[in-house]
Design a protein around this ligand. Structure first.
Ligand SMILES: [Zn+2]
Length: 88
């Protein structure tokens, strides 16, 4: 588990460097915002449950396996922005 995490971190850093050099080499359209949008499909109760258990909601992009994790603050902030946009 630990070595896997380390490997992922090393790989992750390397992929960021590669992206900086050649952005066309890898393309996945995932982003924090998109992940947060799909997260809201879960429903508030389920999100709350996960937050209470883990303290954060971890997600993995099914295409590029990029890891994202969101705290309650991240999720609330995103919801706030969405709500503002809808009301406007
Ligand atoms: Zn992705």
């Amino acid at each position: 588990m630990d070595s896997e995490t380390l490997l992922h971190r090393l790989f992750h850093q390397e992929s960021i460097t590669n992206l900086a050099i050649d952005p066309a080499e890898f393309c996945c359209s995932c982003s924090q915002v998109k992940m947060l949008n799909s997260l809201s499909l879960l429903g508030e109760d389920e999100i709350k449950e996960i937050l209470e258990e883990d303290g954060e909601v971890a997600m993995t992009c099914e295409f590029c396996l990029e890891h994202f994790s969101f705290s309650e603050i991240d999720i609330n902030k995103h919801h706030g922005q969405e709500g503002h946009r809808t009301q406007h």
